[in-house]
Design a protein around this ligand. Structure first.
Ligand code: PBG
Length: 325
């Protein structure tokens, strides 16, 4: 009898057969876990809008890192919550700043774990914007030297990767030059090449205490309606010397992840942001979705879309699930 139609189901018949033909695999090495580090001591505070995510103080960071190491997670992304903020975000580039201290501590105790330092001012400025303000506007060129200083001090503290998220024009070029001049030509830049002005960052701003005190971030972060603009942003970062390209957020922007992956040869990183985490957590806590199944499907879809690495608050859960399977 001739085949009247294709039998695609042959390759789906058993679990072993499905394993054999699976195209996308998730590994622990793909995961980067964000950490919120508090300068204030003696604390481990759960973020109310992000169940399972904690702000951890410097003196309790060792415990946290022990767990991360035991789970097999190889990279952390550090955000700092300083004791004091000011107009120009001084604590971001202070050599005794919370991130600089956290980085030294981690590199001392867990030298094999990669420290990725978020390079931005919004957690350190009293107004909560990612640069300095002149006449109510974030001043691009006046902010750049502060981002460079932040990156250099993070590298001096031992950061393995610099991840600038500030969305100022020229930040990759300036930071690259600053790092090179300071002797850090081997420290890569993981650039937030494509970062949208997204409502999905809401819970993060509680976690990092970085809500803008006036206005919004739409004069520096991108309009969610734009695709070509994402390519212009990424073109510039590649030209200026980025080593990794981040697309953020991930889930609503998988089309952009795919395009960035196809167009450039650099590793692509998808940032599975706070709001994406909280939506799933809320539904799971209500018993409306199967958390493990939905998280694995979602993260796998990011890899399928072209992400080589994924920054995710689910990293611990995923690492645990991967060990069990
Ligand atoms: C800082 C920064 C933000 C996030 C990462 N770095 C917040 C923002 O731009 O408002 C958001 C991450 C998340 O939502 O998980 N510029």
């Amino acid at each position: 009898m001739s085949n009247a139609f294709d039998r695609h189901r042959r390759l789906r018949r058993t679990p072993a057969m499905r394993d054999l033909v699976r195209e996308t695999h998730l590994n622990k090495e793909d995961l980067i876990y964000p950490l919120f580090v508090l300068e204030e001591s003696g604390q481990r505070n759960e973020v109310s809008s992000m169940p399972g995510v904690y702000q951890v103080s410097l003196d309790r960071l060792t415990e946290e890192m022990k767990e991360i190491k035991a789970l097999g997670i190889q990279a952390v992304l550090l955000f700092g919550l300083p004791k004091e903020k000011d107009e120009v975000g001084t604590q971001a580039y202070d050599n005794e700043g919370v991130i600089q201290q956290a980085t030294r501590l981690i590199k001392q105790e867990y030298p094999e774990i990669l420290v990725v330092a978020d390079t931005c001012l919004c957690e350190y400025t009293s107004h909560g914007h990612c640069g300095v303000i002149h006449d109510g506007y974030v001043d691009n060129d006046a902010s750049l030297p502060l981002h460079v200083q932040t990156a250099v001090s993070q590298a001096q503290a031992g950061a393995d990767i610099i991840a600038p998220s500030n969305m100022m024009d020229g930040f990759v070029k300036e930071i690259r030059e600053g790092l090179d001049e300071a002797g850090f030509e081997n420290i890569p830049i993981m650039s937030y090449a494509v970062k949208y002005a997204s409502a999905f960052y809401g819970p993060f701003r509680e976690a990092a205490d970085s809500t803008p005190q006036f206005g919004d971030r739409k004069t520096y972060q991108m309009d969610p309606a734009n695709r070509i603009e994402a390519l212009r942003e990424a073109d510039t970062d590649v030209e200026e010397g980025a080593d990794f390209l981040i697309v953020k957020p991930a889930l609503s922007y998988l089309d952009i992840v795919r395009e960035v992956k196809d167009r450039y040869t650099l590793p692509v990183v998808a940032y599975n942001v706070s709001g994406e985490y909280s939506l799933i957590k809320a539904a799971a806590q209500n018993g409306w979705v199967d958390e493990k199944a939905i998280v694995m499907e979602k993260i796998t879809s990011m890899k399928r879309a072209g992400a080589d690495l994924i920054i995710t608050y689910f990293a611990k859960d995923i690492a645990q699930w991967l060990s069990e399977s």
